[in-house]
Design a protein. Structure first.
Length: 351
């Protein structure tokens, strides 16, 4: 029987494939990833079925958990997946028995607004995984089932199709990845129980933002602000993978762990700051939060053209955003941008 160590070794080998590899090598990695997932699901007693082709559509596989069948789609591409790819999979799920849920795994993440676009559709029946989720399941040994359980609960209770597994804790000295406190399913009690993480992940402030590029900008600014002020505060940053999902993710984290941290929501106005503020106010279920709504987007804080940079996508996008944020004159930005001042004060605990 395949053990976790073997799966971890295979996963690391697949992850180390160079970005400029031949397209055939990347296709072979995709097939190898599907086989690795089958091993992982078997190890977790999820009774996996390999890919099959009903009628004219392709299904990558399925698993069985707690009396329910989950359909699977797994992609390992170079760039974040667009909403159209998610719609195609949702269409497959919609055509099955009522109550069927789909699990979509994208190792390259999801394009900006793709998650929000899926949430705007009729009925939520797809749960999203990304590379961080798979790292948690495989590299850290949490298992796929333990990563899936809190996602299902977040989807059922808060309507979020993406619940993050990891975040960042930023201090004046460093930015490090942390694992969000997982839920554990106790089969004897039939309950989902909160567990304590291996290391404390409490922070003075919890920031929930839209996407990965936003997270990079925010983490860079937070570290600079804390260092300039010689502050000992710590800030936890969570990515919601969408604007409409921010209230859902924030509510799920707050309701599950009863965080003592104040919450700062950072999201683009998209040209409608009043409407964005109203959306947050209507969606958030707790009171101890403050908004920072860059207008029209967070790119205005770092003086770059969002459309030009976003077209480059992928790794270039994150690197470009980080470099731009590291070069901004924070004192001047504080003078000209009220929303950045609100962000700055929240980071330092002045609000």
């Amino acid at each position: 029987m395949t053990c976790l160590e073997e799966i971890q070794t295979e996963y690391k080998e697949l992850s180390n494939l160079p970005a400029d590899s031949d397209p055939n090598e990347k296709r072979r990695r995709g097939y190898a990833f599907e086989r690795l997932l089958h091993k992982l699901f078997t190890l977790d007693n999820l009774e996996p079925r390999a890919g099959y082709r009903p009628a004219v559509e392709q299904i990558d596989g399925s698993i069985y958990l707690d009396g329910r069948i989950y359909l699977l789609e797994a992609k390992w591409h170079s760039e974040p997946l667009p909403a159209s790819t998610l719609y195609q999979f949702k269409g497959k799920v919609d055509g099955k028995l009522a109550g069927t849920i789909g699990i979509f795994i994208s190792m390259s993440g999801y394009a900006k607004d793709a998650v929000d676009a899926l949430m705007l559709g009729k009925g939520l029946n797809v749960i999203l995984f990304d590379r961080r989720d798979m790292d948690a399941a495989i590299i850290r040994g949490s298992g796929f089932k333990n990563v899936l359980k809190p996602k299902l609960r977040g989807a059922s209770e808060e309507g979020t199709i993406y619940l993050p597994t990891e975040g960042e804790v930023v201090t004046a000295e460093e930015t490090r990845t942390i694992e969000i406190d997982h839920l554990r399913f106790d089969p004897m009690m039939g309950l989902v129980l909160a567990t304590q993480p291996a290391q404390p992940t409490a922070a003075d402030l919890l920031i929930v933002c839209e996407g990965e590029a936003d997270r990079v900008v925010i983490a860079t600014f937070v570290e600079r602000i804390l260092a300039t002020a010689s502050s000992g505060r710590s800030v936890k940053i969570i990515t919601a993978m969408g604007k409409l999902t921010i209230p859902c993710v924030a509510n799920a984290l707050w309701n599950t762990f009863q965080s003592e941290s104040k919450v700062l929501i950072v999201t683009d106005s998209d040209g409608d700051p009043v409407g964005t503020a109203a959306m947050l106010s209507q969606g958030l279920e707790f009171k101890d939060w403050v908004p920072s709504i860059p207008n029209p987007s967070i790119e205005t804080w770092i003086d770059i053209d969002r459309d030009v940079v976003r077209r480059r996508g992928g790794k270039y996008l994150a690197e470009h955003f980080q470099l731009a944020a590291s070069r901004v004159d924070i004192a001047l930005l504080l003078e000209r941008d009220e929303e950045f001042r609100r962000f700055h004060d929240a980071v330092l605990g002045c609000q």
